[in-house]
Design a binder for this molecule. Structure first.
Ligand code: SF4
Ligand code: NI
Length: 676
């Protein structure tokens, strides 16, 4: 260590003095990982000055630990900054990001901290990061500077404003360390494993502008221990960071962490990137809307006859944007016709669902729901820049070709805005929806001999493997059996592979020889047996992006399910995020399973434990969301009265209250065979 800059040395000194004086009690909200950097590096669950000092000593006086403890203690003393800053980002939000981090719509994460001299340059970098599929965090004056340049910040724009000072960059690193613990199986206190994980898997880098205090410089200087490159465009006194020009800095950072991206610009007058997917267009911001109950609208993707589909052809039938009144609701039909030698009818619904993503990629276009329930908006800003209905078609045609090059030879888009035509075409579309539903609905695990695997999450959870069956959709809720099959046919060497069921070992638990063999190999020998429909014996492993967790409650002989959005405590005494922190990372935890919301409605749900009659508690919000579908399912199996017997937090917050409630309603679980 020859080249430690003077500011870093001063910073380390100051941190040590401040740590000696740190007092009070402090913690972050909604996390199972305490102060995550400190917890990951030392295993110490810091709550106050004494434990902070203990952790600091144990870490070898690591500036990362000092900065995190000091920031948490300062936050506790003076309160959080509030809007527009996010401050500490809760576990739930991170888990929600989990899937984007593995499906390729987020390629990596970057931190921008300090005070850039030029607003335009900073805005250019932010935009470049958005367009290159990066998730960016901002700390310090850059946030104010970007908004003065008209750049919208927020997690929805993939530009998360952490806090007003560069030191709030701590929250960027606490995310990196939590991802390692949540998804990567890194055990708190195992610093070596953390470093190895960060080095091999964390696709992250930092870009630093001037204006950092000595302690902040010491913090950034320590990032190299986690193999996180620190780049600067100049103005930093120590000079140990890599100096790069503003034009080069983003691509250099990506290159250093081997983050590869292929961006092809679509010739329309608005930006197009997954970075814009989360943004909404509010009523005041919208120029025109389509559907959403205000006007008839639908979308349909179907295979056209070869020769009839002209690649890239976009037609608008009906009025264009110039003839639409500002603030009005207009009918819309989106008809996408595709052709390709490998295209099959079964792929249509899978591809059709992508319309939602693609329209949202547009900086000024917004889309919700599917089929004949769609709701689309175009923003005033976009229309002012020249965006027309036609450009939605161009965007869709281009994105489908880009994302499915092997499958699609030609994509043609017709947009109907003429009310009569829309209604006419909608009838045709509705017939197609019905046909599809009939095809998929009846599909049962017993009727197929092949399931599909997914190992996308191995990016973070190296030994995790999902097995997806017709009746057990993936735990992240994002992939059905049909999706798995389609993905495999589109890219045979990809993350979804066929899994032959093989010999049946146990029908109730759903254990198959072929599945076990596959899981053994794909988990690198870590997991030998996997039951698809069981919670108690060899349940499927969890990565971290499950929609819900099912937990056995032996005291009431039943099972509770909690969804990610529910932030309260559950009758088992733990919140979702605490529970999630104890499972996951690719491990098998008997009595716990990560599941999707849709699986609750499946015949196979809790099969080994005796079926849905075991379900004793779910949050009210989940009950409402599943509402009619759950009622229907219970009706079909002749147990309509069970719906009212499933408790939620309004009738039972604790185990005692749950016991009382279940006894009062005479819940069937109470008289089933003992679970344990
Ligand atoms: Fe991850 Fe499983 Fe979803 Fe694939 S199916 S993305 S492995 S959770
Ligand atoms: Ni996952």
């Amino acid at each position: 260590m020859t080249d430690i800059p003077a500011s870093t040395i001063r910073g380390i000194g100051k941190l040590a003095r401040d740590m000696a004086a740190i007092t009070g009690s402090f913690s972050y909200p909604e996390t199972a990982y305490h102060l995550p950097i400190t917890y990951a590096l030392t295993g110490v669950a810091v709550q106050d000055g004494a434990s902070a000092r203990q952790a600091f000593a144990k870490s070898g006086e690591n500036p990362l630990v000092a900065c995190e403890c000091l920031l948490a203690s300062k936050d506790a003393a003076s309160g959080h900054e509030g809007a527009p800053y996010t401050g500490f980002i809760p576990d739930t939000v991170l888990r929600k990001l989990g899937y984007s981090l593995v499906d390729g719509s987020i390629l990596g994460m970057a931190l921008l901290a300090g005070s850039p001299a030029s607003a335009d340059e900073a805005a250019g970098m932010a935009r470049e990061l958005q367009e290159k599929y990066m998730l960016t965090f901002l700390a310090g004056d850059i946030i104010r500077i970007l908004s003065s340049a008209g750049v919208k910040t927020g997690l929805d724009y993939r530009l998360a404003p952490l806090g007003s000072l560069p030191i709030h960059g701590v929250h960027f690193i606490d995310i990196v360390t939590r991802v390692a613990m949540m998804f990567g199986g890194v055990v708190p206190g195992d610093a070596d494993r953390l470093i190895a994980y960060a080095t091999e898997r964390a696709k992250v880098f930092a870009i630093i502008f001037p204006g950092l205090a000595d302690e902040e410089i010491a913090f950034m200087d320590t990032l190299k221990a986690l193999s996180i490159p620190v780049l600067t465009t100049g103005g930093y006194e120590g000079g140990t960071w890599e100096k790069v020009t503003a034009e080069q800095v983003v691509s250099r950072g990506m290159e250093l962490k081997d983050i590869r991206v292929k961006v092809t610009a679509i010739p329309i007058p608005m930006g197009c990137s997954p970075a814009f997917e989360g943004k909404s267009i509010r009523k005041e911001e919208m120029y025109v809307e389509f559907g959403g109950g205000k006007s008839p609208a639908f979308e349909l993707l179907r295979t056209g006859r070869p020769g009839e589909v002209v690649d890239g052809r976009v037609t608008v039938i009906g009025p264009e944007i110039g003839e639409m009144r500002q603030g009005s609701a207009v009918p819309l039909g989106i008809l996408i016709e595709v052709a390709g030698k490998r295209m099959r009818k079964e792929f249509e619904p899978v591809l059709e669902r992508r319309i939602h993503n693609f329209v949202n990629y547009g900086e000024g276009s917004w889309h919700v729901a599917q089929r004949n329930l769609i709701w689309v908006r175009l923003s005033k800003e976009a229309v002012a820049k020249g965006v027309k209905v036609e450009h939605l078609g161009k965007l869709l045609a281009a994105k489908f070709k880009m994302d499915f090059p092997e499958l699609l030879d030609a994509v043609q888009v017709t947009l109907f805005t003429d009310g009569k035509k829309v209604v006419e075409m909608m009838e045709e579309a509705e017939q197609t929806y019905e046909e599809r539903d009939r095809r998929v609905l009846g599909m049962k695990d017993d009727e197929v001999d092949t399931f599909y695997s997914c190992t996308l999450c191995q990016t973070f959870a190296p030994n995790h493997v999902c097995i997806i069956t017709p009746q057990r959709p993936a735990l992240c809720g994002a992939i059905s059996w049909l999706d798995g099959r389609t993905a495999y046919e589109i890219s045979p060497a990809g993350a979804n592979q066929p899994v032959r069921k093989g010999r049946l070992i146990d029908a109730a638990r759903g254990e198959f020889e072929g599945v076990n063999e596959f899981v053994r190999k794909a988990s690198h020998g870590e997991v030998n047996r996997c039951s698809l429909y069981a919670l108690m014996e060899n349940p499927m492993t969890c990565c971290g992006c499950f929609e819900c967790i099912a937990v056995v409650l032996p005291e009431v002989n039943g099972v509770m399910v909690v969804n990610r959005e529910f932030t309260g405590e559950t009758p088992c005494g733990m919140s979702f995020s605490t529970l999630a922190g104890t499972i996951g990372g690719g491990a098998q935890t008997p009595g716990f399973a990560g599941i999707s919301k849709a699986f609750i409605l499946s015949d196979r749900f809790l099969q080994a434990e005796g079926g849905i009659e075991r379900l004793v508690w779910i949050p009210a919000m989940l009950k409402e969301e599943l509402g009619p579908r759950l009622e229907k399912r219970l009706e079909v199996i002749g147990k309509a009265d069970l719906f009212g017997k499933i408790a939620d937090e309004n009738v039972a917050k604790t185990l005692e209250e749950l016991q009382e409630f279940l006894a009062r309603v005479n819940h069937p679980a109470l008289s089933m065979r003992p679970l344990i």
